[in-house]
Design a protein around this ligand. Structure first.
Ligand SMILES: [Cu+2]
Length: 212
């Protein structure tokens, strides 16, 4: 499969449309071909998804710039404040966050709901792009309503590349699990924290991050 050799399966903004297109090619279900089997060798209905990719306007270099614009992964030694985040079905406590530019914050996150939830930091556009990726991950069984499928998450999509959920600005937690993100906010801007699991953002699982 020629196209997939040129791109990596990362949950990055740059590769969203590419991952969608390549995964669509690899997925009979998503491509709508209805064929059984893995279908990794052929590319049914690829053109249809490639159109979506062009319309999305992604695929150009510049991912690192986009990510840097919202801040950067913080160092534990620089943490000046810890914010506790509780995830429920489907909302967060607190409902909004205010931080200072230059501040390094430890987010201590716990999922007290019954569903799989994400805590991710980004712009509205970044979340919209990530929602498309999470939809693909759900279509592929990598994530389910209440769990991460570790086998499918590790799955090689046919070319040695893996699709992962490992961006430093986001964490995916199963019910009862907790984790943390350390993030340095660099400049005043409007961000959101959000859960991009299909349907959750729309049902209110998002809130503003105000950087002063
Ligand atoms: Cu959620």
């Amino acid at each position: 499969m020629k196209i997939s050799q040129d791109f990596t399966f990362r949950t990055s903004i740059r590769s969203t449309a590419v991952a969608l297109a390549v995964l669509a090619a690899a997925s009979p279900a998503l491509a709508g071909s209805g064929q059984p089997g893995h279908g990794h060798g052929d590319m049914p209905k690829q053109g249809h998804m490639m159109e979506g990719m062009k319309m999305g306007g992604h695929g150009a270099p510049g991912h690192h710039g986009a990510m840097a614009a919202i801040g950067e992964p913080g160092k534990p030694a620089d943490v000046t404040r810890t914010i506790d985040i509780t995830m429920q079905d489907n909302f967060y406590e607190p409902e909004e966050i205010t931080v200072q530019a230059g501040e390094t914050v430890r987010f201590r996150i716990i999922n007290k709901g019954t569903l799989l939830h994400e805590f991710g930091l980004g712009t509205t556009a970044m979340h919209a792009a990530h929602q498309k990726q999470m939809m693909v991950m759900m279509e592929h069984g990598m994530i389910e309503a209440d769990r991460i499928n570790p086998e499918k998450m590790k799955m090689d999509h046919g070319d040695g590349h893996m699709m992962k959920h490992d961006d430093p600005n986001s964490i995916l937690l199963e019910p009862g699990k907790s984790g943390e993100i350390i993030w340095k906010f660099t400049k005043p801007m409007a961000l959101e924290f959000a859960c991009n699991i299909p349907g959750h953002y729309e049902s209110g699982m998002m809130g503003p991050v105000r950087i002063k």
